[in-house]
Design a protein around this ligand. Structure first.
Ligand code: MEV
Length: 432
């Protein structure tokens, strides 16, 4: 049973670990060993990680893998991926290889506008509020200059601010809806600072002009960014889809049907898009971006027409198979973790230090490739063949198989179907 603790954040890391293991584990020594075995010997590196969040007690490792052979707009990339799911990097690499000899991926950034809102309540005359806003708008922008001047020097900044009447949906509710260009920064701090300044100026000026009180509720960016859009596509002649056991026409038709099912059927769309996000999140994490923001925004976009639907689309036209994705991605390649976390810095360097626009394209490709790999398996062999092959190592590790045992069993399953029980049977047989 947990106990209430006060002043926990002020304890040292060692004291926090001691408190935790003594209060939550029957075998405190064992728990402490599990936690401290991940501490890095390099104290500076450890301190960097400790200071990312409050109450850090250890490091949580995830694999950092790479998927080579991605040809994007005729340039070759090796994409960094951070993910725990065994088959994801293998699937991405397979899809990259497949499309590398069929023209590669073509991408395009459609727009890069980010959004933030000041939400407020106003009970007075609507017309008076709108004319006050028109009058005050230049001052809103002017008062934010100390925050925006550096961004403006680089070509970004505030694009526009609009007053929106939301009183039909909620009594007295209005918003300042602002749009921003944040260039290579994801821009969350920049946008939120601007918004808080708008709110301050807006309220102060309203008071000066004795407008019926404006009650600021909150100022925050939106993670829904339907105007920060990127598109990625692959296409080839249907006959070029041929592979050893695959009839290209049947494959192309089944593939397009699979996408159409995800377009109209929400249960399938969610799983379909989960597969897309396998690729997207892995690159987002590896490059130090905010995967929760991306997830929230992408799924909202998947519902933009009033029903949750597929993020990818496919067609066959005049003998050409095309498969594409269009998604909102607010990413940064400067700021945040990008100049702090050594592996994030490495991941970005590995991608030739991309601009945010370039990273949007790479991430969209990772999502499309992942979805291609999943649908290719689902509509041909079924997903379990590849999944279980990759999962084999997890089962072997769970049973603490030795290197020799792994070698023999992996060899055995080259010709046999992997299942949990079949693997256990082989381990027991070997050990008998
Ligand atoms: C598993 O992580 C992802 C898939 O379920 C995606 C899909 O069904 O398209 C294989």
């Amino acid at each position: 049973m947990a106990t209430i603790v006060s002043g926990f954040s002020k304890l040292s890391k060692e004291q926090k670990v001691d408190w935790l293991v003594n209060n939550h584990f029957s075998n405190a020594t064992n728990a402490k060993q599990t936690l401290t075995q991940y501490w890095n010997e390099d104290e500076k590196l450890q301190q960097l990680h400790d200071e990312f969040i409050e109450n850090t007690i250890t490091n949580y490792y995830l694999p950092f893998g790479v998927a080579p052979n991605f040809v994007i707009n005729d340039k070759v990339y090796t994409i960094p991926m951070t993910i725990e799911e065994s088959s994801v990097v293998a699937a991405a690499s397979k899809a990259a290889k497949f499309w590398q000899s069929r023209g590669g991926f073509k991408t395009q950034v459609i727009s890069t506008t980010k959004i933030g809102q000041v939400h407020f309540m106003f009970e007075g005359e609507k017309d008076q509020l709108f004319s006050f806003f028109d009058h005050i708008k230049p001052k809103l922008i002017q008062d934010a200059k100390p925050i925006t001047k550096n961004m403006e020097k680089r070509g970004g900044g505030i694009l526009d601010i609009k007053l929106i009447d939301k009183t039909v949906d909620l009594d007295h509710y209005y918003q300042l809806h602002a749009t921003f260009e944040t260039l290579d920064a994801m821009g969350a701090n920049f946008i939120n600072s601007c918004l808080e300044q708008f709110a301050k100026t807006f309220k102060a000026e309203a008071e000066k002009q004795q407008l019926v009180p404006v009650e600021i509720i909150m100022s925050i960016l939106s993670n829904y960014v339907p105007e920060c859009l990127v598109r990625a596509e692959v296409s080839c002649k249907v006959e070029e889809l041929a592979e050893k056991d695959i009839n290209p026409n049947t494959f192309a038709e089944k593939f397009v049907q699979a996408v159409k099912i995800a377009e109209i059927e929400p249960y399938r769309a969610v799983t379909h898009n989960k597969g897309v996000m396998n690729g997207i999140d892995a690159v987002i994490l590896a490059t130090g971006n905010d995967f929760r923001a991306v997830e929230a925004g992408v799924h909202a976009y998947a519902s933009k027409d009033g029903k949750y639907s597929s993020l990818t689309h496919a067609k066959i036209e005049n003998g050409i198979f095309s498969f594409w994705i269009e998604i909102p991605l607010a990413l940064g390649t400067v700021g945040g973790l990008t100049s702090l976390h050594p592996l994030v810095k490495l991941a970005l360097k590995q991608l030739d230090n991309p601009t945010a626009k370039e990273l949007m394209q790479i991430v969209a490709v990772a999502g499309l490739a992942q979805n291609f790999a999943a649908l290719r398996s689902l509509t041909t062999t079924g997903i379990q063949e590849g999944h279980m092959k990759m999962h084999l190592m997890n089962i072997l590790n769970q049973y603490e198989a030795t290197t020799k045992e792994k070698e023999i069993i992996i060899n055995h399953f080259k010709q046999n179907t992997v299942s949990h029980s079949a693997v256990v049977e082989q381990i027991e047989k070997l050990r008998a």
